[in-house]
Design a protein around this ligand. Sequence first.
Ligand SMILES: Nc1nc2c(ncn2[C@@H]2O[C@H](COP(=O)(O)OP(=O)(O)OP(=O)(O)O)[C@@H](O)[C@H]2O)c(=O)[nH]1
Ligand SMILES: [Zn+2]
Length: 353
Amino acid sequence: MSLIPTLTETLSRARADLRMGLPVLIGDHLAAAAETVSPGRVRAMLDLGPAVLAITGRRAETLKARVYDGDIARVEVARDASPDWLRALADPAGDLMTPMKGPFRCARGGDTLPHRAAIALAKSAQLLPAVLLVPSDAPPEGLTRLPPGPALAQLATEAALAPVAAARLPLLAAENARLHIFRPDDGATEHYAVEIGAPPRDAPVLARLHSACFTGDVLGSLKCDCGPQLHAALAAMGQAGAGVLLYLNQEGRGIGLANKMRAYALQNQGFDTVEANHRLGFEDDERDFRIGAGILKRLGFASVRLMTNNPRKVAMLQDQGIEVTERVPLITPRNRHNTGYLDIKAQKSGHLL
Ligand SMILES: Nc1nc2c(ncn2[C@@H]2O[C@H](COP(=O)(O)OP(=O)(O)OP(=O)(O)O)[C@@H](O)[C@H]2O)c(=O)[nH]1
Ligand SMILES: [Zn+2]
């Protein structure tokens, strides 16, 4: 086997580079995440030639920047632009305090693949989707290099998951439980499966696909319903004597905890959970639901009784070849902090509450 890094491995390095503030080379463009790149590196990049800040159509809508490229926009960046101005374009935290950042000139025509790949890479690194790009014909040595088209295609491809370890883990909700760890081949975080009892593989298993919520699951946040849902699902499986709960590390519907806290800060300014995601430049839900189906298959399950209120989870599992014989509602108590959030999930995301 070759020792040369594969595209998947190179993407994983590129993700780490962007998180550290280091530019990567996408085709013939230097690309750095607006969130992490230092002022000194911004200066050095702007000196190289005409730069643009690639943002998503969602962020462009809030900034009132013209979107010529479908789901992304390229805001032209002047050579003397300040790093603070770039940062304010990327991060909506100060939008209400300083609403007039424009008018913006947006690039039109030409090849947008590097910009699109840069945005997809920033999202997969759980950074704000805003990337400074500048063409460079003599890039410095030592930067991670990506071919834009293949990189974009690979980022949309489902990662392969391998089982790493499993052990018995007695739980409050069920003494007879096992925890399985699955590792994706793209260098991203591991996901977990809690198997309760010994569910037969040839019958529908009581199942839950739970997305990580540090604030709700661990801290007992009252802003969402995650903690109570997690414990109610485990309790139901304990009582039934069998079940499987997937704990998927897709914090904040896939945007990561830092961005979720940015979204919460916007919610404190009056925006709802969906609007907050959009202002940050994300879609309502950035989760890759194929991961859950992949783990169920690896564990040998072909059909489930799915504990969820989210019809998209049912549809996705069916699309991925897992039969959903029943949707089992998972209704948890409301409080004054989560009631608005639950209403918006019902109104805008189609949750059945
Ligand atoms: N971006 C964002 N994520 C949130 C917010 N509140 C909760 N979350 C995340 O939303 C996800 C909720 O996951 P789930 O409970 O599995 O999913 P669901 O789509 O609500 O569906 P069911 O609970 O199965 O009905 C978790 O990843 C939370 O971290 C929010 O205001 N903004
Ligand atoms: Zn939550």
